[in-house]
Design a protein around this ligand. Sequence first.
Ligand code: BES
Ligand code: MN
Ligand code: ZN
Length: 505
Amino acid sequence: MKTTLNTGIPSQIETECLVVAVTDAAENNNSGDKSEKHSPQIQTDDRAVQDAAADLIASGEVTGKMLEIALLHKPQGLNAKRLLLIGGGKANSFSSAELRKLAGAAVRTLKAKDLKSFAFIMPSGVDDAAKSMVEGAFVGNFDPDYYKSDRKEQKIEELTIVASKGANQRSVNSAMEQGRIIGEAQNFTRDLVNEPGNRMTPTILADRAQAMCDETGLQCEIYGPDKIKELKMGAFWSVAQGSDEEPRLIVMRYDPPRAPKKRVLGLVGKGITFDSGGISIKPGEGMEKMKYDMAGGAAMIGAMRAIAQLKPNLKVIGIVCASENMPSGKAQKPGDVQIAMSGKSIEIINTDAEGRLVLADGLHYARELGCTHLIDAATLTGACVVALGMVNAGIFANDDDFYDRFNQSLAKSGEKMWRLPVEDEYRELIKSNIADMVNSAGRWAGAVTAAMFLKEFVGDTPWLHLDIAGVAWMEDNKPWIAKGPSGVPVRSLVEFARDFAQGGS
Ligand code: BES
Ligand code: MN
Ligand code: ZN
């Protein structure tokens, strides 16, 4: 999708469709009065556009409710063929998060009508408006139905952002470019996650990471079984040993020459390209979904791609532990004891708790490579989905300052996460009779005990763990995004890397 900036007069722009947001400036009335009052406000000061929309607004059909849509053909006084009014919700909470969704929804509405281009009037007074509009438009333009032979090639090919005449064109253009990079990175991740297990093996995932690194100028190292064994990654290998597909350890490095040496961000992703459960095999129903068990790893590859293009002044190392989890005569068994790279011993209770095993060695290795701050992302536990559903990812932290800083990036990215505890009281749940810990605890606090397990491998390094099991794959279409792989948490990781590069030692 091509994006262009236009600082002309909106009503004079020739386009297939002019899009403008409408917010609702009505105060919340707590009077108990059922008749909701609306005060729709069109987000442009162009009188001709206001006039063209006046009847729709006067009729009460347009209220400014979030994602409400009204489409007008041949709008009077405009050079546009159509005028699309799209609701942005309450005026006082209208921010970049809403605007991102509106842009995605406009793309999805108009491409379904086979339009190829449109122009969106940028509302004034919203921080990061141009960036989030472009991000949202790219995300909305993605559909995952690749393998349908009757796939409709409906895509928006050109988006025009309409900014006011006084806008600083340089900075709007640069914001749009950032939005493109981040939106494309998110879609890149969605593409990887979307592929089924037979078309996204550890080898293929590593090849895709390598190709991305070659294109963007990142250093990339890919290791197979020999190196994994040589590094004594006994936890990672215990998962890989059961499969005929070779595992891959993917290491991507972004190392700008003038970056501070004292701070190295490590991004560690779970890359299970198919999780059958292993010997503790999963029930057949729904097992096909376990092709998305590499979503954490794919997010790290996507985030590295955007980081390579946005060039924050910060050293970042991305690590993906890619493997299948399969039952076979070579597979590990419940009761087996494995020695992780750190030297800690693990009693395997359930071979289906494999994500924490590969991450244990990934996190330890990241520290050995010099990472001073760690973030991991993984579709780690069904328990996290039980706790938070498909709305919030779970976030765990051993360091409040690190968490607070990341939390600010969530506000920028619009991605939702809810903090869950990491506390010593939970440690006893992963005690083993014969080893340092078990890989699977009892019934309670499953998302927390998984995090407690990972904590054993990060030492005193500030660390965040993102359990994205519930949010990496969306079961339903949303107006602004197709169902399927979501690409969470690419945007938050990128925002964080950019923020982390600023200030601090
Ligand atoms: N990949 C799964 C977790 C998962 C579940 C991801 C649902 C996405 C949706 C993980 O490897 C797993 O199997 N976890 C087990 C852990 C248990 C055996 C301790 C689980 O959550 O049941
Ligand atoms: Mn599993
Ligand atoms: Zn898994």
